[in-house]
Design a protein around this ligand. Structure first.
Ligand code: ATP
Ligand code: MG
Length: 386
């Protein structure tokens, strides 16, 4: 039985465990909040220290890129960590991420790194409004971001960011990445796996919708070849540069027919949850297959599927389960405003069927908690019937 230790004990480790059991994998999770190794589903079962977890594991991986560097070094030194600590650190630091994109000649938004006020004024000179400022470290779900739409806000935003940099308790100095706002037509992402033999399997790109900076809906439909190819090329370049093993997700802005990278995630990704029922092999299983040196599973889209995030709610009307092709995945987390609590997957045999089912979901679910769903279903109906 191969033993896998996951760094991070959230929903992604939980879903890896659910996908790993049929493969006879023994999955444990390191909870960085308590420094204990725990059961990925029954988190209250403590299984020992990180050191014990490392010794006990055959393979170590991560569900989370914002890990303390000493933890990453310790795991890297064991020779068991996949992807490497380097890849994980790049995913957790927007400065390193930008360096990687530049060195691989991958298109991304014009940007400038800011550590002090001089850098800030230089950025205002080099970039045009609107500008988005993002914390270099520890940013996720739209946290640690400021948007500058008019010069009148500049000084206020700077004092907030200056305070933010000063207050940082990170092991590497905190900074801000200023980025040109991209007038994108839509946001898409590619999720794919690479194993140690260099074999690659990518899922079709998905279209992603955000509400207040947080992913709310991902949509997997048949994709145009040229666009898929473009995303695939970026995936190949980045994974080769990093000698990457595991699932890597890449978020893009689509402008016309071109893709610009927004950011990468060195792990299974929220925009890949649809693969649990829209593909033969889900991203969690493919990640485990990749890091455990097994053949990669089929990543084709077998039926159009959407994923709807459950944000800040700990229940939904059970009536949604009466819609064929709907399933719920709860994460067993304590309710908190805006928190990712679970997700709903919904599939149809074709785009029209999927749009109809999303419309039915939109009617049953609370419009306050799922503001975009009805509009989303209507838009999809127009798109697939055109
Ligand atoms: P997540 O963890 O959800 O991926 P994050 O905190 O890592 O989010 P980003 O993905 O960088 O942050 O930004 C969140 C969202 O803000 C993006 O999905 C996009 O909608 C918007 N956004 C970020 N950068 C830009 C940009 N340069 N131009 C336009 N919109 C942007
Ligand atoms: Mg993002």
């Amino acid at each position: 039985m191969t033993k896998v230790l996951v760094l991070g004990a959230g929903q992604l480790a939980r879903m890896m465990d659910l996908a790993g059991s049929p493969l006879n994998l023994d999955i444990t999770a390191f909870d960085p909040r308590t420094n204990n190794v725990v059961h990925p589903i029954a988190n209250e079962y403590t299984l020992g220290s990180l050191e014990q977890g490392i010794n006990n594991a055959d393979v170590i991986t991560a569900e989370f890129e914002h890990l303390a560097h000493d933890v990453l070094e310790q795991c890297q030194a064991s020779g068991k960590l996949l992807p490497s600590s380097k890849a994980i650190k790049i995913g957790g630091d927007r400065r390193l991420e930008k360096d990687l994109l530049e060195s691989c000649h991958v298109a991304n938004a014009k940007h400038k790194i800011i550590a002090n006020y001089d850098d800030f004024t230089a950025a205002l000179g080099e970039l045009s409004l609107p500008i988005i400022f993002k914390s270099a470290l520890e940013g996720y779900d739209g946290k640690g971001q400021w948007r500058l739409k008019s010069m009148a806000q500049a000084e206020t935003i700077w004092s907030e960011m200056e305070e933010f940099i000063k207050q940082a308790k990170t092991s590497v100095p905190q900074a801000i990445v200023a980025e040109q706002m991209v007038p994108f037509d839509r946001e898409v992402s590619i999720v794919g796996a690479r194993n140690s033999k260099g074999e690659v399997a990518v899922y079709p790109i998905t279209e992603n919708h955000h509400t207040d900076g947080v992913l709310s809906v991902s949509l997997a439909l048949p994709v145009e070849d040229a666009l898929q190819q473009q995303a695939f090329e970026v995936f190949s370049k980045l994974t080769q540069a990093l000698d990457y093993v595991g699932i890597l997700a890449i978020e893009f802005f689509q402008v016309g027919d071109s893709l610009l990278v927004n950011e990468i995630a060195p792990r299974v990704h929220n925009s890949g949850h649809w693969t649990q029922q829209g593909a033969d092999t889900c991203q969690f299983e493919n990640h485990l297959r990749a890091i455990c040196n097994m053949p990669l599973g089929n990543t084709e889209l077998i039926r159009p599927t959407a994923m709807v995030n459950i944000l800040g709610e700990d229940s939904v009307p059970e009536a949604i389960l009466a819609i064929a092709g709907v399933s719920i995945h709860w994460y067993g987390k304590e309710k908190r405003a805006g928190r990712k609590m679970g997700h709903i997957n919904v599939s149809g045999n074709n785009g029209i069927e999927l749009a109809t089912k999303l419309g039915q979901l939109g009617e049953i679910l609370d419009t306050g908690a799922y503001p975009d769903l009805a509009e989303f279903a209507a838009k999809l109906t127009r798109k697939v019937s055109a």
